[in-house]
Design a protein around this ligand. Structure first.
Ligand SMILES: C[S@@+](CC[C@H](N)C(=O)[O-])C[C@H]1O[C@@H](n2cnc3c(N)ncnc32)[C@H](O)[C@@H]1O
Length: 446
């Protein structure tokens, strides 16, 4: 009979949550699995659904902290080992990382964190013989973590060098450090409300942002919050809510929302009275979009298709939220810096150019196109538009004016595009500050 890969699970309190957390960290770092899919989607480890709500929240905290501070934690672990981590050691690295995150960053008692990481390796056949090493490394971090980091800069450790170099090149050293600093902090929850932002802000103990989104520090499950089941609002970063508004008054217009799922922008356009055709090539993501329409009582036509070959229209307006490296959303998706590479930016830029050409083909003469990406990389934003304007004389930019809508001051470039950065809108309470990094340009087809 084949031997089981793992010995029976430990009964120690808190063990199950640490095991799931270590599994998810391993999935991100060694199997390139997106964090969202593992926390909320089909890729969730089976153990996650068996945990109670508090333990599930603990898993999220441990995993997010491990990924936000990955460089620092790896440095601490490396500094305590003479010859680095042994190869083929199963769960050893993830057990050390989640242990170090609890000890060095989270307010979890050191002895519990050490004990549970030791149990994690003991329960894994390939790493069981390293339980003494885990004990020694984590105790050393508990004792001398600050000393081991004495001359190191956490922002440099926790941001992949290729990203920090790019942001320094494009935005300057100070802004690049500001962007990196925001990634260390859990972001707020932003909502787009159908109506009465002041009333919802009061009810949910949040505040109204200059652009009209409602912001709060999340506590508990989103689906249990007042107004969710009734479809009175949806979760959408304040920056992500701006591009659809750049189309102005859309009541009665036919609009193609290209790359639409899970549908934040479709909901905004439908709520504003547009006749929306929402196109996305992912059927599972479109199913989420339809569910969002159902919950909010809004209507749109949904089409499962590749935008590159989608035929339709001509539409009065087209919104293209193109697939991108998503480096602007790292504070919400702390796995991104460790899963993406610079080569991907180049590949995606090629795809974005093809989809932009398609967007131009789908809009009527005189119609408006809004192109946006949640990327900080100019190849996916500013450079994309310059290249389109150079190759297609039918298209001109309709510059965004900082005073055309509330809240845009400071977010519009000299050429009239939108550029938001994670370090924008700082707040005295760090968990209430920041914006996702977005680029948007508004164009007209002559
Ligand atoms: C940034 S997300 C869109 C977010 C969405 N606009 C919103 O506001 O909720 C990008 C989407 O593009 C879709 N996508 C990627 N490549 C595509 C293509 N060639 N054709 C259609 N959809 C595509 C993905 O499935 C994903 O849902």
């Amino acid at each position: 009979m084949p031997r089981p890969a793992f010995s029976p699970p430990s009964q120690a309190p808190g063990f199950a949550a640490r095991r799931v957390a270590a599994e998810i960290v391993e999935g991100v770092l060694h199997r390139g699995r997106p964090l969202d899919e593992q926390l909320d989607g089909a890729g969730a480890p089976p153990g996650l659904a068996m945990l109670g709500e508090r333990d599930r929240a603990l898993v999220r905290r441990i995993v997010a902290t491990t990924l936000r501070r990955l460089g620092t934690l790896r440095h601490l672990i490396g500094a305590t080992l003479d010859r680095g981590l042994p190869p083929e050691a199963g769960r050893l690295e993830s057990a050390l990382l989640v242990g170090a995150a609890q000890i060095h960053v989270l307010d979890i008692p050191d002895h519990a964190a050490v004990d549970l990481s030791v149990r994690l390796v003991q329960a894994d056949r390939r790493s069981a013989r390293y339980s003494g090493l885990v004990n020694a490394v984590l105790r050393r971090i508990a004792r001398s973590g600050a000393e081991l980091l004495a001359d190191r800069d956490p922002l440099t450790l926790d941001t992949p060098a290729w990203l920090l170099e790019r942001w320094t090149r494009h935005y300057g050293a100070e802004v690049a450090r500001g962007i990196a600093a925001v990634h260390a902090v859990e972001p707020p929850l932003d909502l787009t409300v159908k109506a009465d932002p002041e009333g919802w802000a009061a009810r949910l103990r949040g505040k109204v942002l200059p652009t009209g989104s409602v912001r709060l520090v999340p506590h508990g499950a989103v689906s249990a919050m007042p107004g969710y089941a009734e479809g009175e609002w949806w979760v959408q970063d304040a920056a992500a809510a701006i591009p659809a508004r750049l189309l102005g008054d859309v009541a009665g217009l036919s609009i193609a929302d290209l790359c639409a799922a899970p549908g934040g922008k479709t909901l905004q356009l439908a709520q504003a009275g547009a006749k929306v055709t929402a196109v996305d090539r992912s059927e599972p993501r479109l199913a989420r979009l339809r569910e969002n329409l159902r919950r909010t009582g809004l209507a749109a036509e949904t089409v499962a298709a590749d935008v590159a070959t989608f035929e339709g229209g001509p539409f009065d307006a087209v919104l293209l939220d193109a697939p991108c490296s998503s480096t602007g959303t790292m504070r919400r998706h702390p796995d991104i810096p460790w899963r993406k590479s610079e080569a991907e930016v180049t590949t995606l830029a090629g795809l974005q150019a093809a989809l932009l050409d398609r967007a131009v083909a789908l809009v009527r003469a005189g119609g408006t196109i809004v192109y946006c990406t949640c990327s900080l990389e100019p190849e996916e934003g500013e450079a994309q538009i310059e290249a389109l304007l150079a190759r297609d004389s039918r298209v001109v930019r309709r510059p965004i004016a900082a005073d055309e809508r509330p809240g845009l001051a400071g977010l519009v470039t000299a050429t009239g595009d939108l550029r938001t950065l994670p370090c924008h809108w700082p707040d005295a309470e760090p968990r209430m500050g920041g914006l996702d990094g977005f680029f948007a340009a508004r164009l007209v087809r002559r």
